[in-house]
Design a protein around this ligand. Structure first.
Ligand code: IMP
Ligand code: MG
Length: 176
């Protein structure tokens, strides 16, 4: 089996979408400082590229979380593999995601961060796969709504590969 990547969103399309999103965020927050919380690892590329387009003062923070196994009956928890290194109380916080799929992890992450009393908590995601949603969660700002396909590139991986592709593509598994 060999993987073939079919381009879904070009680097140019992503770039202009991020410009649009940065403008929308400026309309929302004005010159207030915004803390970007990057959900590692997938969101690292979109976080950096979006941050460069944001006109207000921006701070960066990073968090790595995963949900407990799907089979667990409402564990009500997430596994925090790496936590933020600063308090978010009273801050404008914007969670940056690469993709929202079932939404399970993000829902728990949002609950966890809300508990820390930010002034404001919003979510921006580059990609949204609403057909796959299980948890009751949506992003405040969405780059692209995409169909239910497995995508890679621009931070997204398949077995840790392809995160460095400058575009987003659908993975096809061809017989050799
Ligand atoms: P969920 O929304 O809790 O199901 O998990 C979202 C996470 O699953 C994302 O942050 C990605 O790491 C991963 N993921 C979901 N869909 C894809 C995809 O199409 N390609 C690569 N990773 C994906
Ligand atoms: Mg992610």
């Amino acid at each position: 089996m060999k993987e073939r990547i079919e381009v879904l969103l070009s680097a140019e399309e992503i770039d202009s979408k991020l410009t649009e999103l940065a403008e929308t965020l400026y309309e929302e927050f004005g010159d207030e400082q915004v803390e970007l919380v990057c959900a590692l690892k997938g969101a690292v590329v979109v976080t950096v590229d979006l941050a460069k387009k944001m006109k207000m003062p921006v701070t960066l923070n990073f968090m790595s979380v995963s949900s407990y196994g799907d089979g667990t009956v409402s564990s009500g928890n997430i596994n925090v593999k790496m936590d933020l290194d600063e308090d978010i109380e009273g801050k404008n916080v914007l969670i940056v995601e690469d993709i929202i799929d079932t939404g399970r992890t993000l829902k728990k992450l949002k609950e966890l961060l809300l508990f820390r009393k930010p002034k404001n908590l919003k979510i921006v995601t580059l990609l949204d796969k609403p057909d796959r949603r299980v948890a009751d969660i949506s992003a405040d700002y969405v780059g692209f709504t995409i169909p239910d396909a497995f995508v890679v590139g621009y931070g997204l991986d398949y077995a840790q590969k392809y995160r460095n592709l400058p575009y987003v593509g659908v993975v096809h598994f061809d017989e050799d």
